[in-house]
Design a protein around this ligand. Sequence first.
Ligand code: PEP
Length: 254
Amino acid sequence: MRRPVVAGNWKMNPTSLREAIELARTVDAAAPDPDAVTTVICPPAIWLAEVERAVSRVEVGAQTMHFADAGAFTGETSPSMLSGLAGFVILGHSERRQYDGETDEGVGRKVVSAVAHGLRPIAAVGERADERSAGTTAAVVDRQVRAALGGLERLGGTGLVIAYEPVWAIGTGDAATAADAQEVCAQIRAILADLDPAAAPEIPIQYGGSVTADNAAELFAEVDIDGALVGGASLKPEAIAAILRAAAESAARE
Ligand code: PEP
């Protein structure tokens, strides 16, 4: 069956290459058997090459990319620049949507481009607090997932990962309950089955939003939660090691 994916989104941290290499080596040493759990670290793009050289068990991912191969896009990184360097790329993270104007349509273009370049997309979706209070979580997630995947001919063989990240839970310490996260992840699984019935059971769906050493095991026990996208805790060696242990224990029970 599907293998859980635990990905650390370092965002714009740490602030020196030395610390980045040290953190990468620490996570590499703590990573479970890659046949049981896929561990990914996503450092700032400027350090991808050095971090990639410093690890052997974990995979490296980028935090975003442009959809085009090359061109007049100041400050951007292209998928062809990433291929060979990163195995994964996070696309549509809520911070990119909020601060960089990333749209559903743009995320869809990037997903197609990532797959065409052999990069495994981690497509991030999730509702804001006001959308949850308005009772539109299901509609928002449905729209975002279908927009992210609409350009793919099929889902099987793409290496796709979906990250369900309720925006109100990111960096707030207010994680979704395991039951609430499971409900949305089950909805996402149903959308995947609608798009590609054969591939849907194989696609990892992560939960993200204030995952910690304390709540990881409960989240991973849910049937449609296959790992996590981790922000703050991915910078803390003990916390990420405990989250990885929880993922390995959950995988061993299945
Ligand atoms: C994230 O930024 O993707 C994230 C889940 O952050 P945190 O774990 O800090 O909530």
